[in-house]
Design a binder for this molecule. Structure first.
Ligand SMILES: Cc1cc2nc3c(=O)[nH]c(=O)nc-3n(C[C@H](O)[C@H](O)[C@H](O)COP(=O)(O)OP(=O)(O)OC[C@H]3O[C@@H](n4cnc5c(N)ncnc54)[C@H](O)[C@@H]3O)c2cc1C
Length: 437
């Protein structure tokens, strides 16, 4: 039996007895009860257990490897791409029917998927759109869809002459990441310019708008990747940008790039160009290098923790390196003060005062560049990045992570943590990778 879905007008249940797989639709199995019809010809399979999606294809055992920038990992049990809220809800309903966990995937640039994959439903929400909400002489408020490519949004704001996210140029992923990860780079922090975030709660299907304060932004964190992880889908992000630009050019590479220039003359497009180029030179180019960018988080330390680090560096690596550590600490404190005076906000968390770039520890003190396990290697260009030099497995990456973490702990007393999120690993695997002995 062939059913033309657009012809179905009734809301009553009826039965379907055969399978039709039209090329334009993703119907997998039809052999049961079609239970509800929504406006626009979208069908739910809530109680039917048989009809999947009309306009959206749900794939089974779908490889996630190519959807991540690290290019490791196994398949998702189910996978769907949604571009509207209706499709998103269908995919969520499907997962509920199957009683499987949901993982929302963006550009896969901040995740490592286990070799056995994810035993649930992976949904990519790729809505698009951007608009000006309001503007005056000094600022503009824009709303962007979560599924817009982040760097396209940055390019757009730069072209328009709006400032606040130009230093986030060339960060991979989608706009949703701005809010989820509170993306931060070269002195710009998305959490400082986000006004509000529109979300859909997975459990209830309710939509709500959260203010900046309600999102609880911190250094590369928000409620969406902390206490409310997996609870909401980010739908749109509203940002308030400035029309009176004051370039934030405080990081050493950027300072060097513009060393003979009066900073007040530097154009937004030049900043974007400089940061893009610096990132490429540092191996932060997802088009050429398989990685998640930073695999390790920077150390944010209290004075007491810094003293432990200093003592251990002195003992294991000598006075000269311990002195370099103190100089670095002072330099970053000055950078932080400058940033605060320029922007009125603090970049690093309130409760941890001292920022020590993990790259400095790994490179200048511990000399870890090039350390490898299988095809996973500590990048020669960027010491906090594990890169996949060929056919690394997720296990290679995580064994290298473990090796480095244990060594750092043994030699410096510090505990380094992972920046990317780990997907699909068993508790036993995690206990192994995170063991310090
Ligand atoms: C080369 C390279 C350089 C990088 N440089 C930086 C940098 O300078 N600064 C920085 O902050 N980060 C950096 N990153 C990390 C990464 O790009 C950011 O964290 C980015 O925001 C992740 O976005 P994504 O779309 O790839 O998200 P994914 O990695 O796919 O997902 C990240 C998290 O967001 C969740 N998620 C995704 N979309 C949604 C949604 N719509 N609703 C709810 N949850 C969702 C996922 O479930 C997951 O928890 C870098 C990564 C690479 C590979």
């Amino acid at each position: 039996m062939v059913v033309l879905f657009s012809d179905i007008k009734s809301l009553e249940c009826f039965s379907l007895t055969s399978v039709r797989r039209g090329p334009q639709v993703g119907i997998k199995v039809l052999d049961g009860q079609l239970c509800s019809l929504l406006p626009g010809g979208i069908f739910f399979a809530k109680k039917c257990n048989s009809l999947y999606a009309l306009y959206m294809q749900i794939k089974e055992n779908y490889s996630l490897k190519e959807l991540t920038t690290m290019k490791v990992g196994g398949p998702a049990k189910y996978f769907a791409e949604a571009s509207t809220i209706d499709e998103l809800k269908q995919a969520v309903d499907f997962a509920r029917d199957k009683e499987v966990e949901i993982f929302m995937l963006g550009g896969g640039s901040n995740i490592i998927v286990s070799d056995s994959g994810f035993d649930g439903m992976v949904i990519r929400f790729l809505n698009t759109g951007r608009e000006i909400v309001s503007e005056d002489d000094i600022s503009v408020t824009i709303k962007v869809a979560a599924g817009e490519v982040l760097d396209d949004i940055v390019a757009w704001t730069v072209e328009q002459g709006w400032c606040g996210i130009e230093n986030l140029s060339y960060v991979p992923g989608y706009a949703a990441g701005l809010a989820i990860q509170s993306v931060n780079a070269y002195g710009h922090d998305a959490g400082n310019v986000i006004e509000s975030v529109e979300v859909l709660e997975l459990a209830t299907g309710d939509m709500q708008t959260m203010t900046n304060e309600e999102c609880r932004f911190g250094y590369r964190r928000s409620r969406f990747n902390q206490e409310d992880k997996g609870r909401y889908v980010v739908l749109t992000i509203t940002l308030k940008l400035s029309k009176k630009c004051m370039p934030v050019l405080k990081y050493p590479d950027v300072v060097k790039w513009f060393e003979d220039r009066d900073h007040s003359d530097v154009k937004l497009s030049e900043i974007r160009e400089a940061i893009t180029e610096i990132r490429k030179r540092k191996g932060m180019d997802p088009h050429n290098i398989k990685s998640t960018g930073s695999t390790f988080k920077n150390l944010l330390l209290t004075q007491e923790e810094f003293d432990i680090l200093h003592t251990n560096v002195q003992k294991n690596y000598g006075e000269e390196k311990a002195q370099a550590l103190v100089e670095l600490k002072d330099r970053f404190a000055r950078v932080e003060d400058l940033y605060k005076s320029q922007t009125g906000v603090s970049e690093i968390d309130r409760d941890a005062r001292i920022k020590i770039p993990t790259a400095f520890l790994f490179d200048k003190i511990m000399n870890l560049k090039g350390t490898s396990v299988g095809d996973a290697q500590i990048s020669h260009k960027q010491a906090i990045a594990i890169i996949n030099t060929g056919n690394a497995t997720a296990d290679d990456v995580m064994q290298l992570f473990k090796k480095i973490r244990q060594l750092v702990h043994k030699q410096t007393g510090m505990i380094v943590t992972n920046e990317p999120e780990l997907i699909g690993f068993s508790q036993k695997e995690l206990d192994n990778y995170f063991g310090l002995q």
